[in-house]
Design a protein around this ligand. Structure first.
Ligand SMILES: [Zn+2]
Ligand SMILES: [Zn+2]
Length: 227
């Protein structure tokens, strides 16, 4: 599995927006993403949830898809994510661009829980509560790697992570986001060896939790992983 981290920031600081590509499948399209993926054009885009730091760059990404590549762009997300993306694209496009995009963009509404296969990558997904009416999709790739951002979990959410090798998980303030302490409790219970924090601004001291894991640290912008 090939993983490339484009950004690890929350929407509230100068770090690039939390986003990655796993086996060529793009996750989220915040405002900072477009420049990074110019030479790594995705055919498939998973949307975790419809907040601006995750879909605010969609027009650039989609238009790029429409004009620069003959291939369609498949966009997957909750009905609310797809609704907001369609709205952005409709509102921001002039007539010609909109015609191109209508033909090139293929929308796939994801249920709350399920599984899809893209090329040879199996993706299991579930939703978690984030904030207000927003529920966020979390994704598990080939039973081994999880991408879980912008969610607020409890320890009871551990089963989804069992059997995985590497989890990228939001580690941020409480309320709308799971804190590092809670992430450690969940992942310890799920016996996950490697846990990397995403969607953060300031870094907290993670050494109190690190002893229970092979790796428990913050992910960095630009990191690559080959599993
Ligand atoms: Zn966010
Ligand atoms: Zn969010």
């Amino acid at each position: 599995m090939d993983i490339k981290i484009w950004g690890v920031g929350s929407g509230l600081c100068e770090r690039k927006n939390t986003s990655a590509q796993i086996n060529g499948i793009q996750i989220d399209a915040g405002p900072s993403v477009y420049q990074d993926i110019l030479n790594h054009f995705p055919e498939h885009l998973l949307i975790t949830h419809p907040h601006g730091d995750h879909i605010g760059g969609i027009w650039h990404v989609a238009l790029f898809a429409g004009f620069k590549s003959p291939k369609p762009l498949h966009i997957y997300g909750s009905s609310l994510s797809i609704e907001r993306i369609k709205h952005i694209i409709r509102e921001q496009s002039d007539h010609e661009a909109y015609q191109v995009l209508q033909q090139k963009l293929h929308y796939h509404i994801l249920p709350e829980k399920g599984s899809i296969t893209i090329n040879n990558t199996k993706i299991d997904f579930e939703t978690r509560h984030h904030i207000a009416e927003i529920h966020t999709h979390i994704f598990k790739f080939n039973d081994k790697v999880v991408w879980a951002t912008d969610i607020h979990e409890t320890e009871e959410d551990f089963p989804f992570y069992q059997g995985t090798d590497l989890v990228f998980h939001v580690m941020y303030r409480g309320k709308a986001h799971t804190t590092p302490e809670m992430v450690a409790r969940i992942m310890k219970r799920a016996h996950v060896p490697r846990v990397l924090g995403i969607h953060y601004c300031d870094k907290k001291d993670l050494t109190p939790y690190a002893k229970d894991f092979q790796e428990f640290r913050y992910a960095e912008e630009g990191e690559s992983f080959h599993l």
